[in-house]
Design a protein around this ligand. Structure first.
Ligand code: SF4
Ligand code: SF4
Length: 216
């Protein structure tokens, strides 16, 4: 267990619901779930074999104090943010946001699965988009294609070459983006300052939350 994971497990002992309520963004909504199952039934991706626990089950497991089962689950990383559950929940639980909040918390305490593909996509997309203030599609594609090595990257690129050429011919893909050229936000340094400020505020907020919880 990572240090932070150990500290949190120790601090909250057997009260995993409280841990999620206090530490995960929007975690305070978990107790509002009445287990009707509408979210899981509305979820377009819950049938995927990697999705071991859809939202309703994740919420039930949290309330049952099944810390290890939730933190070992792939469930919260499988959400595609389609918002079906969000608009249909009769208790108005912001399911999408709660799922992402739990995933972010698991990641923060070092419990995210190492090779989780959607987690890898999120991190890669974030790094790419924040670099220039706009997504560099060629570099993003390269990062994703080559994540498992050169051989499989070349194989994927060869498979998709017809589509890539079509996009280039239609003016929808700029090959120069591979070299860091192409479209960028006009004020990249302004975007970076804004993101740094947002990170600072978020870190303060999380530290205050952890501090308050520690004094209880
Ligand atoms: S739809 Fe809402 S109330 Fe029903 S199981 Fe999902 S989160 Fe709970
Ligand atoms: S927002 Fe996520 S959890 Fe909700 S229905 Fe869509 S994929 Fe499923």
């Amino acid at each position: 267990m990572s240090n932070l994971n150990e500290q949190m497990a120790d601090r909250y002992k057997n009260n995993f619901l409280k841990e999620i309520e206090e530490q995960a963004e929007m975690g305070e909504w978990v107790k509002m779930c009445m287990q009707c199952g509408l979210c899981s039934g509305s979820c377009p991706t819950h049938f995927h074999s990697g999705w071991d626990h859809p939202p309703q089950e994740i919420f039930m497991l949290i309330r049952a104090g099944k810390r290890e089962e939730v933190l070992n689950s792939q469930g919260m990383y499988m959400c595609t943010s389609c918002y079906n559950c969000y608009v249909r929940c009769p208790r108005k639980v912001p399911v999408t946001h709660v799922m992402h909040g739990i995933a972010e918390y698991a990641y923060r305490i070092g419990r995210a699965p190492k090779a989780q593909p959607t987690l890898h996509l999120s991190k890669t997309f974030w790094t790419n988009a924040t670099k220039y203030g706009r997504v560099n599609e060629v570099q993003l594609t390269q990062s994703l294609y080559f994540k498992d090595g050169i051989g499989s990257g070349i194989k994927k690129a060869m498979e998709m070459q017809k589509e890539a050429l079509g996009l280039v011919m239609a003016g929808r893909l700029n090959p120069m983006e591979a070299l860091g050229m192409g479209h960028k936000c006009k004020d990249v340094s302004g975007i970076h300052k804004m993101l740094a400020k947002a990170e600072e505020l978020e870190a303060k907020n999380k530290a205050a939350k952890a501090d308050t919880a520690g004094k209880e």
